[in-house]
Design a protein. Structure first.
Length: 151
């Protein structure tokens, strides 16, 4: 009888340990260097367009600098917190990106309006550069005020 109780206790301990190990493995707790594709962050900003209204055809894209993969949204958010009351939110994997708007009307339909040094210095004619600015996205964080206005 004593051997059966010891056997049952061993089975419970080993089974419980195996169950715990499986749960940790599923949550990547034991494998911290595994690339987890669900690690995302959000890029958010205001929309603009060089006319009286922002066309519905405008979409915002973030191009991953290392993979060149693009993530886009054409969903416009109406809120007073955004310049001209129109903005966007784009969920992307952790990484470094160039952000641009595209898809305007006839003359600018294929143009890319980047979030650039020109935007950062206030769209002033004295701004020396129109180079895109690298945007770093961190896991679970919102990177705000990324305004692709350099049309």
């Amino acid at each position: 009888m004593k051997k059966i109780i010891i056997l049952i206790i061993l089975v419970v301990i080993i089974g419980g340990g195996f169950w715990w190990w499986q749960r940790q493995l599923m949550n990547n707790q034991l494998l911290p260097n595994v690339d987890n594709k669900s690690r995302n962050g959000i890029i958010e900003g205001s929309l603009s367009y060089p006319s009286e209204e922002i066309p519905d055809s405008i979409k915002v894209c973030a191009e991953n600098i290392s993979t060149q993969k693009e993530y886009c949204t054409s969903q416009h958010i109406t809120s007073k917190k955004y310049t001209y009351n129109k903005g966007y939110k784009l969920e992307v994997p952790v990484g470094k990106y160039y952000v641009f708007a595209t898809g305007g009307l006839a003359g600018l339909k294929d143009s890319k309006a980047y979030y650039s040094e020109f935007v950062i210095c206030g769209l002033n004619v004295d701004c020396p550069s129109h180079e895109p600015v690298m945007v770093t996205v961190e896991e679970g964080k919102i990177t705000s005020n990324i305004d692709p206005h350099d049309w």
